[in-house]
Design a protein around this ligand. Structure first.
Ligand code: PEP
Ligand code: MG
Length: 885
């Protein structure tokens, strides 16, 4: 018999924290908290394997599941001393989802399950509190009808609002038992009217509740969330069934969420929020703005003041869990008549600056080793540290403030609906998404937005948690603003009006909403960042370079810790308006003499470009790639432009148009490009070699160290490379003779065609280094371009054909296999005497960097802003390798 259900309670558990894949994150940690000796409502976890079975078998359960669920319920009954469905003193349970990784707000939860017309009376009698019992019942019907039966929640919200209006109440808590009873009757009627009748049988409720949680794994919002966060669809979710404890049973009851450190900054202070007389979902849903745990400057009554003993207890739990897990924890708790129950603990989502600070401080506190600290920061998140901040010197008109929910500066145009945010972004606009509160349905719009503003909800509201996870700046719970969705505008308390399309800026670290577009500055790097990156650099084996050709990119590259330039694409240097006409003259020249004349004009420009690069890189290696793209890319397209060019070159329009058409490549990634240009027009290669080596010689004469590396693109055979290398070497000899000075240089080959990868052993004989062009290699192996994948990727991923976007993360099964083989071939010929690395986009992708480290490459090269990511990913790869993982 398979085991589908794992029980826990009373300090014991069948599972533990290591069983996250089977029990989900929540289930594994509930088990672990029992083992640590914390008070956790007893319960059981239905494994993720049941979810997989459910989807593989037409949404049905394994045959023996129900029996195991029944024995799980008996286990809870024994520990709690109440019976499920008992009319006199009923056991109620919560049913919650819990995947391997947390997906906040994405999946369903049902609370107070087990209530019906009979058990509600039992609950009222046992608790001696009729109001509480009916409050729980109306919550349950509402949640069950919505989550399990699929009824529109607004129908119930509306009835609740109506009742409050009739009774002249502002808060739900002001409604009396009789009102709630009437509401229960009303809710049942609503369900019946729309054909979604609320079931009275507790076992039916439980069965359906579990099914609803599994069902929520496949909702559109959950699928979108998984896509954004690269979570595989076949992981499935577990379901946790636990005895209910009540945060809504009076004023000595509460529920809350807390972090063991500040998730926005990483500061080591206890940080969280709670709501008195409320149930868990009230806090996360952002319906009421919660109060702080620790006393702060807000003036709102803190738990430290209102319930000092429980606060002290919770503080002890914080310390215990952080020590146990050696990580910052995100915890949920409920207080039932002053008794503290822990409902969840997990590693807390945090901003990248917070992650770095926590990691660095935990090493200082002796909680973590440096290697462990390196593994604690998400490499993909690291570019957040480099995020811009608002220019402190720029004038700012703050029109409203809210909670500093997610730091960073964002500037964009106001939109009021998630769909609009996506649509505006698709047409190239920067937007700020403004919502009363966000819900999981808004996830796509939040992803598209530069920043998020909400009028309601605290630091642990959906908007805040999701925005922090995405690194999107967010100001939440701004009581200063009112939002009108119909008119698409927001008004501030001070009378400012912001309409759709108006520019706004936000400072997520200060919680400020600012009128207009405030200029931004690149993010300041903190001391912690410096300390952390030093450990990173000590740990990694891979060398990290940057792809850069402009002086500004080269400067950034150094600032971000690049150890050289791994790819300078020379073609980018010809698009400058001052050069493009000469470039075109070269391309359209009728013969070699004409080409040489045009190239002679380009030479001084190129030479200066390289001198600048060498100077900025100050002795670090610089790989310069010879001209790569098909020549027609440099030519104008419209008739007017062609006529203009003809005039400039003194040629007829017909000649220019004809020549331009002849150069056109139907598929610009193939054809007459790369080293084929050098083979057919050697004078281009000569000019570039001259520019590189004369620049290097001049820098050397000025006392600088220079290590130029010349790279040949789109090589497909050794012969091809040999022809180009002969041109380079002959040109070099000529220059050295002319100048009476020499300089060392290297010649390398891009490996970006399958043919080159297969012949890498031969190609290695003629070169000093390999630069894998994984962009072209992916295109030529997959037979599709990045644009093509964009169109079909969603479907391909949903159907498991690709695990990830092959243009973002190396397609290990296809492209990766060929790269690995090519590296082996290269090493077979030259061993350690050939320098091998990657300079496609994949060089800055953490998963890919891990792969490149494992197959023994020497370096990766990526865009300057991704250099810190690549450094960290390389260090993590090395730490894993050391640990044998
Ligand atoms: C590549 O193909 O991966 C590469 C680095 O060259 P480019 O992107 O310029 O084609
Ligand atoms: Mg390429």
């Amino acid at each position: 018999m398979s085991k589908w259900v794992y029980a826990f309670g009373n300090g014991q558990a069948e599972g533990d924290a290591a069983m996250r894949n089977l029990l989900g994150g929540k289930g594994a940690n509930l088990a672990e908290m029992n083992r640590v000796g914390l008070l956790v409502p007893p319960g059981f976890t239905v494994t993720t394997e049941v979810c997989t079975h459910y989807y593989e078998n037409d949404k049905t359960y394994p045959a023996d599941l129900l029996e195991q669920v029944r024995s799980g319920v008996s286990h809870i009954e024994r520990l709690i001393g109440r019976k499920f469905g008992d009319a006199a003193n009923p056991l109620l349970v919560s049913v919650r989802s819990g995947a391997r990784v947390s997906m906040p707000g994405m999946m369903d939860t049902v609370l107070n399950l087990g209530l019906n017309d009979a058990t509600v009376r039992g609950l009222a009698a046992a608790a001696k509190d009729e109001r509480f019992a009916y409050d729980s019942y109306r919550r349950f019907i509402m949640m069950f009808s919505n989550v399990v039966l699929g009824a529109d929640i607004d129908l119930f919200e509306h009835a609740l609002e109506k009742m409050k209006e009739r009774k002249g109440c502002r808060a739900d808590t002001e409604l009396a038992a009789e009102d709630l009873k009437a509401l229960v009757a009303e809710f049942k009627r609503i369900g019946k009217d729309i054909g979604k009748e609320f079931p009275q049988d507790p076992w039916e409720q439980l069965n359906k509740g579990i099914g609803a949680v599994f069902g929520s794994w496949m909702t559109k919002k959950a699928i979108t969330y998984r896509k954004i966060n690269s979570i595989p669809g076949d992981w499935g979710t577990a379901v946790n069934v636990q005895a209910m404890v009540f945060g809504n049973a009076g004023d000595d009851c509460a529920t809350g969420v807390c972090f063991s450190r500040d998730p926005a900054t990483g500061e080591n202070r206890f940080y969280g929020e709670y709501l008195c007389n409320a149930q868990g979902e009230d806090v996360v849903a952002g319906i009421r703005t919660p109060q702080p745990l620790a006393k702060d400057a807000s003036g709102r009554l803190s738990m430290q003041e209102a319930m000092p003993e429980v606060y002290a207890e919770l503080t002890a739990v914080r310390g215990k869990l952080e020590k146990h897990y050696k990580d910052m924890q995100d915890m949920e708790f409920t207080i039932e008549h002053k008794k503290l129950w822990m409902l969840q603990t997990r590693s807390g989502k945090r901003t990248a600056p917070a992650a770095i600070r926590v990691a660095v401080e935990m090493v200082a506190e002796g909680l973590l080793t440096k290697d462990e600290a390196i593994m604690r920061v998400d490499a993909g998140q690291l570019d957040q540290v480099l995020h811009p901040t608002l220019d402190p010197k720029a004038p700012k008109k703050v029109i409203a403030t809210g909670l500093p929910a997610s730091p960073g500066a964002a500037v964009g145009r106001a939109v009021f609906h998630a769909d609009d945010a996506e649509a505006w972004k698709a047409r190239g606009e920067k937007v700020i998404l403004v919502r009363i509160e966000t819900s999981p349905e808004d996830i796509g719009g939040m992803h598209a937005a530069e920043g998020v503003i909400t009028a309601r909800g605290g630091m642990t509201s959906h908007a805040a948690v999701v925005a922090r996870g995405m690194g999107t700046p967010c100001v939440s719970g701004s009581a200063d603003i009112t939002i009108n969705y119909a008119q698409k505008l927001l008004r501030t308390a001070s009378g400012a009006v912001v309409r759709e399309g108006d520019w706004l800026s936000i400072d997520g670290a200060k919680g400020q909403i600012i009128e207009g577009a405030v200029p931004t500055m690149s993010g300041a790097m903190t001391d912690n960042f410096g300390v952390f990156m030093k450990w990173v650099d000590e740990a990694r084996r891979l060398e990290v370079r940057a792809n850069a050709e402009t002086p500004s990119d080269a400067r950034h590259a150094r600032e971000f810790g690049a150890e050289g330039i791994g790819l300078a694409r020379t073609e980018h240097m010809f698009f400058d308006p001052s050069r493009i006409q000469d470039m075109r003259g070269m391309i359209l020249a009728q013969d070699e003499a004409g080409r040489r004349a045009a190239l002679a004009k380009l030479l001084p420009y190129q030479k200066q470009d390289f001198k600048d690069l060498f100077a900025i890189m100050d002795g670090l290696p610089v790989t310069i790639r010879l001209l790569d793209p098909p020549l027609h890319e440099f030519l104008p397209h419209t008739e007017a432009e062609l006529r203009d060019l003809a005039r400039h070159l003194g040629l007829s329009y017909e000649t220019v148009a004809e020549r331009s058409a002849a150069l056109h490549e139907a598929n610009p990634m193939l054809g007459h490009r790369g080293c084929r240009l050098a083979v057919t027009y050697p004078e281009i290669c000569e000019m570039q070699t001259r520019a590189i080596l004369e620049a290097a010689l001049e820098c050397q004469a000025e006392g600088k160290t220079v290590t130029p590396e010349i790279e040949v693109p789109l090589v497909g055979s050794k012969k091809e490379l040999d022809i180009v290398k002969a041109i380079i070497d002959a040109t070099a000899e000529k220059i050295f003779a002319e100048k009476g000075a020499k300089i060392g240089y290297k010649v390398g080959s891009m490996i970006e065609l399958p043919r080159a990868a297969l012949l890498a052993d031969e190609i290695a004989e003629s070169c000093d280094f390999f630069g894998f062009g994984t962009n072209d290699l992916t295109q030529t192996i997959l037979g599709m371009s990045r644009d093509d994948t964009g169109k079909i990727l969603d479907e391909y991923r949903a159907r498991g054909i690709y695990a990830a976007d092959p243009f973002a993360s190396v397609d290990v099964e296809g492209v990766g296999k060929l790269i690995e083989a090519a590296v082996k071939l290269g090493r077979k010929t030259k061993g350690g005497r050939i320098h091998i690395g990657v300079c496609g986009e994949h060089g800055g992708d953490p998963e890919s960097v891990y792969f490149f480290d494992r197959i023994g490459m020497d370096f990766v090269s990526c865009s300057p802003f991704r250099v810190p990511i690549a450094r960290l990913a390389a260090a993590q790869a090395a730490v894993k390798a050391k640990a044998g993982k």
